[in-house]
Design a protein around this ligand. Structure first.
Ligand SMILES: O=P(O)(O)OC[C@H]1O[C@H](OP(=O)(O)OP(=O)(O)O)[C@H](O)[C@@H]1O
Ligand SMILES: Nc1ncnc2[nH]cnc12
Length: 173
């Protein structure tokens, strides 16, 4: 397939979900199978040399990219969920988003000690979600190698929050 200008398939919605935020809406990209597949293959290329066993990702938009990547790359998948959704013992963490505050949970036995893990998400904004997930991975005894995303919002300085991680993004704003 020819090079795709991925930004053309992401719709900017000003003032959503609150004033001052430009929401990067990935639903047009997801509606086009060729562009979605192209994006996934490009993300695989970005991280093909990373040494890891397991992909960890937050619901809900993170799952859209993380599960096909786990399938394509033959890696484990661990879901990070909003509170009260996981049925077994969990580790839990609260943190700030670009628009508000939230919490996430991970099963306490999801990651083995010393396991090498990466975080996959659609958008890297403040980096708060990835930082929180890194903390959950560390509580379980795992090692976070890096984070890969479709879109990085550089104007929110996510790398400031994630200084000791490999960071890869397919497109940047
Ligand atoms: O870098 P950050 O500032 O932490 O922001 C990025 C996170 O925000 C969005 O998720 P959101 O919490 O809106 O949930 P959703 O995927 O269910 O829409 C996005 O999917 C990332 O997970
Ligand atoms: N501006 C934004 N657009 C889409 N997803 C986001 N997650 C956090 N900030 C976001």
């Amino acid at each position: 397939m020819e090079t795709v200008e991925i930004k053309k398939w992401i719709r900017d919605i000003p003032d959503f979900p609150e004033k001052g935020v430009i929401f990067r809406d990935i639903t047009p990209l997801l509606k086009n199978p060729e562009v979605f597949k192209y994006s996934l293959n490009k993300i695989v290329e970005l991280i093909k040399d990373w040494d890891f066993d397991c992909i960890v990702s937050p619901e809900s938009r993170g799952f859209i990219f993380a599960t096909p990547l786990a399938y394509i790359m033959d890696k484990e998948f661990v879901p990070i969920r909003k509170p009260g959704k996981l049925p077994y013992k969990t580790y839990s963490i609260s943190y700030e988003l670009e628009y508000g505050q939230t919490s996430l949970e991970m099963h306490a036995d999801a990651i083995e000690k010393g396991e090498k893990v990466i975080v996959v998400d659609d958008v890297l904004a403040t980096g708060g979600t990835t930082k929180a997930i890194k903390e959950l991975i560390e509580r379980a005894g795992g090692e976070t190698v890096g984070v890969v995303c479709l879109a990085e919002l550089t104007y929110l300085n996510p790398r400031e929050n994630l200084k000791d991680l490999e960071i890869a993004s397919l497109i940047r704003y």
